[in-house]
Design a protein around this ligand. Structure first.
Ligand code: C2E
Ligand code: MG
Ligand code: MG
Length: 734
C-alpha cells in the first residue's frame, strides 16, 4: 500500500470566505425550549440568558406554558438542544410527566433537560434523575443568573458532544453499509455511480453536481465515468472536454496530486491497482466539520480498497470471459449470453477452420495466430452488433444472432474471399460449419447441438455446412448408451465367442473354424456384431475387445488339441482400428507366446478397410505377420474397393468370398462374380474360401469352380464352445 500520507485529508491553502462564514454562524443557533406556567419566568429567563453565546452560537427560545403545550411544540418543532422544564404546572407532576414523555414516547435521548421548581418538596426521586438522564435540577430560587448561565452552557456542550457522537456513529454505519454495498462485484461504472450516491448520503447533500473521473484503461486519459444530477450527460466525456476551471480543475488536481482536495467543493482521490485511480468531485458549498473530515477519510480508505478489489475482480472476469489472442468473448461468455438470451429465430453457428493444424505446423505458430486474428476481424466486420462473435477453441469460432444474419450463405461468402493476414499477405481459407437453431434451448444444449452438427459436417461435407437435426442427437445418444453397456459387458464378461467350422469342399473334412463375437445383454437379448462393432471401433474400445477375442480364441484352440488335426486353424476377425495400432504385431506375437499356440494354427481375417493405412506401413506389417508363420485371409472379398494391383502387391494367403455372392440374392450375376474371384485368386496363387454356403447346390457349384473351402449354415451355424464339440464329434468327415 502507498504510504499513509497519501490517504490524509489535505487542505489547500485557499482563503476562507468571510461572508459565507458569517452566514453559516447566523444560521447555527442552539434552540432552547422553556416550559413554565408562569409567563414571568419566561421573560426573566430570556433576559438572563440574552447574551449567552456558547461555542460561537447564540440561543433561540421557544415557549410553552403547560405540559400539553410543550408536547405539541416538541412534536412539531424538534430538535431542541435543551428543554428547561418547570415541575409543577397543570398538575404537581406535569413537568415529570413531560420528561417521561420526551424520553420514552418521543425516544429523544439527545435533548438535555434542566428541571426547576418553585417548591423544594417536589423534587424528583434520584432514580428519576438518573433514568431520564436529567442534566440539572434546581429550585427556582437557586437558579441565579450565573447558575442558569453555567447550567445551560454545560447542557448545550453536552448536547453538542452527543450530536457529534451520534453523527459519527451514523456516519460510520453508513460507511460500513457503503463498503458492503460497493464490495459486491459489479461493473466499474456501477461502482462509480454507487460511490457518488454513498458519498452524498454521508455528507447529507443532494445527488446533484457530482462526478467521478477515472483514467481510461486504454489511453490513460482521464474521462467521466459517472455523473449525477445536472451533469449526467457528461458521462463518457474526456476530462479535457469539460469547461475549463471549476470542476475540471478540481478533478485534475486530485488526479495529479493523487490526494484529496477539501475546501468549498471537494475533490476526493481513490487509489486503485496498477496505477488506476478515481477522483470524485462534490459541490458541497461549505466547510466540512472535523467529524465530516474524519468520516470522509475512513470512507475514502474503504472505497480505495473496494476499488482495488473490484479491479482485481474485473481482471479475473476479463480472463474468464475473454479470449486474449483474438480479443473476442470466449466459450464462457457465449454460454452466458445463450443462457440469458436464447431467442426465437436465432441461430448458433460453429465455424471450424479446415486444415488449421497444417497451417500451424507447416508455417509457424505466430503465423497461425495471425490467421486466427484475421478470421476474428473478418467475422466481426461481417456481422452486425446484434450478433456475438466468439472464439471457442483453437480454430473454432462461434457466431450467434438472428437467422437472417447467421446462416450458411453469409458464412460461406465470407470464406469466398481471401483473408488479409499480417502485413499484406493474403490467404485462402475454408471452413466447415455446424449450425443449430436456438428455439429457446439453454446455452449448453444449443452448443452441444451445433457441435454435433459440426462433427457430422466435418465427417460428411468438409468445407461446407450442416444444420443440427433432432434425430441425429437421438442416434448419438443411443450410441453413447450402447457404448456404456458394451464397456460393462467387456469388463463383466458378457461377451462370448461362437465358432463356425470351415469345411474342405472336396472331402468335407473340418479344416478350421472362425471365431465370431456374441454380445448377450443382461436381459438375454443378442446384439449383432454388425451393430456394436462399429461403435466399439469409433470409441477405441475395439482394441481391448479385439485382444480379448484373440486370447479367448487361442485358448480355445489349445483346448481342441486332442480333438482336431494339427493344421486345424482358428480364424480371428481383426478390426481395422485394432490392426492400425502401431503395436499390433508385437501384441499379437506376445499373446501367441502367452497362450502357447503354434503360429500356423492361427489365421487373421482382415477386411479391405485395412488398405486405408499408408501402403508401405501396411505391407511391412503383413510381411511381419507372415514371416511369423501366421496366415492372412482377406475377408468379405469383393465388397470393398481394393484394386487388383493392391492385392497383387500384398502378401495374403487366402481370399474369403463374401456371403452376398453365394447366398445373397439368388441371382446368377453375383454367383458369376464369385467364380471370377475364384479364377482371379487362382491366378494370384491365393487359396479361396466361400462364406454363406446354405445349399448343396451352392456347394457343388463352388467346388466345380475350383473353390477349396466353405463355411455356412449348410454345414453348421456359429455355435458356442460346448455345442461345437458335440457337432464336431457327430460330423462324419471329422
Ligand atoms: P464375417 O467375418 O464376414 O463373418 C461371417 C458372418 O456370416 C457371420 O455373421 C456369420 O454368422 C455369417 N454366416 C455364416 N454362415 C452363414 C450363412 O450360411 N448364411 C448367412 N446368411 N450368414 C452366414 P456374424 O457372426 O453376425 O458377424 C458379422 C460380422 O461381424 C463378421 O462378418 C465380422 O465382420 C464381424 N465380427 C464378428 N466377430 C468379430 C470379431 O471378433 N472381431 C471383429 N473385428 N469383427 C467381428
Ligand atoms: Mg470373418
Ligand atoms: Mg465375411
Amino acid at each position: 500500500m502507498a504510504d499513509d500520507d497519501k490517504d490524509m485529508l489535505v487542505f489547500l491553502a485557499d482563503e476562507p470566505d468571510p461572508a459565507a462564514e458569517q452566514e453559516a454562524t447566523a444560521a447555527a443557533v442552539w434552540r432552547v425550549l422553556l416550559v413554565d406556567d408562569e409567563p414571568d419566568v419566561h421573560t426573566a429567563t430570556k433576559v438572563a440568558l440574552r447574551n449567552l453565546d456558547i461555542e460561537g452560537r447564540r440561543l433561540e427560545f421557544q415557549h410553552a406554558y403547560s405540559d400539553a403545550e410543550a408536547r405539541k411544540v416538541l412534536q412539531q418543532e424538534a430538535p431542541f438542544a435543551v428543554a428547561v422544564i418547570d415541575v409543577v404546572m397543570e398538575s404537581d407532576t406535569a413537568g415529570l410527566d413531560l420528561v417521561r414523555y420526551i424520553r420514552e414516547e418521543l425516544a429523544d435521548a439527545q435533548v438535555r433537560l434542566i428541571l426547576r421548581t418553585g417548591q423544594p418538596g417536589y423534587a424528583p426521586e434520584i432514580s428519576t434523575i438518573q433514568n431520564y438522564d436529567i442534566n440539572d435540577y434546581r429550585t427556582k430560587s437557586e437558579l441565579t443568573q450565573s447558575r442558569l448561565f453555567t447550567s445551560l452552557t454545560m447542557a448545550v456542550r453536552s448536547y453538542s458532544q452527543l450530536c457529534q457522537l451520534e453523527a459519527g456513529r451514523v456516519g460510520l454505519e453508513q460507511i460500513l453499509d457503503a463498503t458492503r454495498e460497493l464490495s459486491r462485484p459489479s461493473g466499474l461504472q456501477q461502482f462509480a455511480t454507487g460511490l457518488l450516491t454513498q458519498l452524498c448520503a454521508l455528507l447529507r447533500i443532494d445527488c446533484d453536481g457530482l462526478l467521478c473521473a477515472a483514467l481510461h484503461p486504454a489511453t490513460r486519459q482521464p474521462y467521466i465515468l459517472a455523473a449525477a444530477g445536472q451533469y449526467s450527460n457528461w458521462t463518457g466525456k474526456l476530462l479535457e472536454e469539460l469547461p475549463e476551471g471549476g470542476i475540471r480543475s478540481r478533478l485534475e488536481q486530485s488526479l495529479q496530486a493523487r490526494e484529496h482536495v477539501l475546501n468549498g467543493d471537494i475533490g476526493l482521490f481513490f487509489e486503485g491497482a496498477n496505477g488506476q485511480a478515481l477522483a470524485a468531485y462534490v459541490n458541497i458549498g461549505r466547510q466540512l466539520s472535523e467529524l465530516e473530515q474524519q468520516l470522509l477519510e475512513v470512507f475514502c480508505n474503504n472505497m480505495s480498497t473496494a476499488f482495488e478489489n473490484l479491479q482485481l475482480y474485473l481482471d479475473i472476469e476479463a480472463l474468464a470471459f475473454r479470449d486474449t489472442l483474438v480479443d473476442l468473448p470466449n466459450r464462457n461468455a457465449l454460454l452466458q449470453l445463450l443462457d440469458q438470451h436464447s431467442g426465437e429465430q436465432h441461430t448458433l453457428a460453429l465455424v471450424d477452420l479446415d486444415n488449421f493444424a497444417d497451417i500451424n505446423n507447416i508455417l509457424d505458430e505466430s503465423f497461425g495466430d495471425a490467421v486466427l486474428q484475421a478470421v476474428a476481424r473478418q467475422l466481426c466486420s461481417a456481422f452486425s452488433e446484434q450478433c456475438m462473435v466468439s472464439r471457442l477453441a483453437s480454430n473454432l469460432f462461434g457466431v450467434y444472432g438472428p437467422d437472417v444474419e447467421v446462416n450458411p450463405d453469409q458464412i460461406q461468402s465470407l470464406f469466398a474471399q481471401p483473408f488479409q493476414v499480417g502485413d499484406g499477405q493474403t490467404l485462402r481459407l475454408s471452413a466447415t460449419t455446424g449450425l443449430a437453431r436456438a428455439e429457446g434451448r439453454c446455452g449448453k444444449d444449443l452448443l452441444k447441438n451445433a457441435g454435433a452438427a459440426l462433427k457430422q459436417a466435418k465427417r460428411l461435407v468438409r468445407g461446407k455446412h450442416l444444420y443440427f437435426k433432432l434425430e441425429q442427437s437421438r442416434a448419438a445418444r443411443d450410441r453413447i448408451n450402447m457404448l456404456q453397456m458394451l464397456r460393462t459387458a467387456l469388463s463383466e464378461q458378457h461377451l462370448q465367442l461362437y465358432y463356425q467350422p470351415f469345411i474342405c469342399l472336396r472331402n468335407r473334412q473340418v479344416t478350421g473354424a472362425e471365431c465370431l463375437l456374441r454380445w448377450r445383454t443382461p436381459d438375454g437379448q443378442f446384439i449383432s456384431p454388425e451393430d456394436f462393432i462399429p461403435i466399439a471401433e469409433q470409441s477405441g474400445l475395439m482394441v481391448a475387445i479385439g485382444e480379448w477375442v484373440l486370447r479367448t480364441a487361442l485358448r480355445w484352440r489349445i483346448s481342441l488339441q486332442d480333438r482336431v488335426a494339427d493344421d486345424f486353424r482358428v480364424a480371428v476377425n481383426i478390426s481395422q482400428v485394432q490392426f492400425a495400432e502401431p503395436s499390433f504385431v508385437e501384441r499379437l506375437l506376445s499373446i501367441l507366446r502367452e497362450t502357447g499356440v503354434p503360429r500356423h494354427q492361427l489365421e487373421l481375417e482382415l477386411t479391405e478397410s485395412v488398405a486405408i493405412e499408408d501402403f508401405d506401413r501396411l505391407k511391412s506389417k503383413l510381411q511381419q505377420i507372415q514371416a511369423a508363420g501366421i496366415d492372412i485371409a482377406m475377408d468379405d472379398f469383393g465388397t470393398g474397393y481394393s484394386s487388383l494391383s493392391v492385392l497383387q502387391r500384398l502378401d495374403l494367403n487366402r481370399l474369403k468370398i463374401d456371403r452376398s455372392f453365394i447366398s445373397g440374392e439368388k441371382n446368377h450375376d453375383s454367383f458369376d462374380m464369385a467364380k471370377t474371384i475364384i479364377a482371379m485368386a487362382e491366378h494370384l496363387e491365393l487359396q479361396t474360401i466361400a462364406e454363406g454356403i446354405e445349399t448343396e447346390e451352392q456347394c457343388a457349384e463352388l467346388l466345380a469352380s475350383g473353390c477349396e473351402e466353405g463355411q455356412g449354415y449348410l454345414f453348421a451355424r456359429p455355435m458356442p464352445e460346448a455345442d461345437f464339440i458335440v457337432w464336431l464329434d457327430a460330423w462324419p468327415g471329422a
